[in-house]
Design a protein around this ligand. Structure first.
Ligand SMILES: Nc1ncnc2c1ncn2[C@@H]1O[C@H](COP(=O)(O)OP(=O)(O)OP(=O)(O)O)[C@@H](O)[C@H]1O
Ligand SMILES: [Mg+2]
Length: 249
C-alpha cells in the first residue's frame, strides 16, 4: 500500500487538566477522504488545529509527505500544501473573485520544502486561478468584487481558493455548518467532484454527508479514536453505535 500522505502518531494535547487529544494515531492515504466524527467536545477541532499547525501538541508527532512537520509553523505547512478550508480562509472583499483565487495560488508557491518536489508538481503549482474558478462554478463571476458574492457563492470561492492552492491535503472542519439544505448539497457535490485529486480530512456532523463521501471514518470520543474503518465497518461497530451513532447511520 502507498505511504500515507499524513501520519499522526501518539498525538496528545491537554488544556489545563483536561486531556483533549489522547494518544491519537491515524493515517490518511493518497486520494482518501478520511472523515473524523464524534460527539460535541470530542476534540475534533483541536485535532484539526494540531494538524494545521494552529496548536502545538504536548506529545506525539505529525508526519506530512514523509517529513516530520510537528515543529513547523502554520504558514509553512500551508505553503507546503497542507490547506485548511472554510474556517481560516480569508476572502478579501475589495478584491475581485479572480484576484482572491490568484493570491492563494501565489501563497502556495512560497514552499521551500522539496519533499513533494518534481516536475509534475511544478506544473500543478502553475494551474491558473481561473481554472479553479471554473471548477467551482464561479468563472462568470471572476471580475466581481468578492464582497458582492452571495453566501453560497462565497463558499464556492473558498473552495476555489483551496483548489488554486493545489492542496496536498485539505482539512475541512464542518464545511456545511450554517448552510441550508440546498447549499449543503452543493458542498457535498463539490467535495465529491474533488475526491481523489488530493486527500481530505473531513470533520462533519452531517452523517448523511459523511457516509456518502468518506472512504474511511475515524470515530473520536473524549479525545481517543475508538474505531477507524470503512463506512460499513464503522456503521456496524457496536462501540461506535453505543458511544455516538445510535441510530443515526
Ligand atoms: N483553547 C481551549 N482551552 C481550553 N479548553 C478548550 C480549548 N479549546 C477546546 N477546549 C475544550 O476541549 C474539548 C474539545 O473541544 P473541540 O472544540 O476540539 O471539540 P469538537 O469535537 O470540535 O466539538 P464540536 O463538535 O462541538 O465542534 C472541549 O471540552 C472544549 O471545551
Ligand atoms: Mg469542532
Amino acid at each position: 500500500m502507498a505511504d500515507p500522505v499524513l501520519r499522526i502518531e501518539g498525538l496528545t494535547k491537554n488544556f489545563g487538566g483536561l486531556r483533549v487529544t489522547d494518544d491519537v494515531t491515524l493515517d490518511v492515504r493518497p486520494g482518501e477522504l478520511h472523515a473524523v466524527i464524534g460527539p460535541n467536545g470530542a476534540g475534533k477541532t483541536t485535532l484539526i488545529n494540531q494538524i494545521s499547525g494552529l496548536l502545538s501538541p504536548d506529545a506525539g508527532r505529525i508526519m506530512f509527505g514523509g517529513e516530520d512537520v510537528t515543529a513547523l509553523p502554520i504558514n509553512k505547512r500551508a505553503e507546503c500544501g497542507l490547506a485548511r478550508s472554510f474556517q481560516i480562509t480569508s476572502i478579501l472583499p475589495g478584491f475581485s473573485v479572480l484576484e482572491n483565487a490568484a493570491r492563494a495560488e501565489q501563497a502556495q508557491q512560497g514552499c521551500s520544502y522539496s519533499f513533494f518536489g518534481g516536475a509534475a508538481d511544478e506544473e500543478a503549482l502553475n494551474m491558473p486561478a481561473y481554472a479553479a474558478l471554473m471548477q467551482a462554478g464561479l468563472a462568470e463571476r471572476a471580475a466581481v468584487p468578492a464582497g458582492e458574492l452571495s453566501h453560497g457563492e462565497k463558499r464556492a470561492l473558498e473552495l476555489a481558493i483551496a483548489l488554486a492552492m493545489e492542496p496536498k491535503l485539505l482539512l475541512l472542519d464542518e464545511p456545511m455548518a450554517g448552510t441550508g439544505r440546498e447549499e449543503g448539497e452543493r458542498i457535498v457535490a463539490a467535495l465529491r467532484s474533488l475526491k481523489g485529486r488530493f486527500p481530505m480530512v473531513l470533520v462533519e456532523h452531517d452523517m448523511h454527508a459523511v457516509f456518502a463521501l468518506a472512504d474511511r471514518i475515524s470515530v473520536l470520543v473524549e479525545g481517543r479514536i475508538i474505531a477507524t474503518g470503512t463506512p460499513d465497518a464503522v456503521r456496524s461497530d457496536a462501540a461506535v453505535r453505543a458511544a455516538y451513532l445510535g441510530d443515526a447511520a
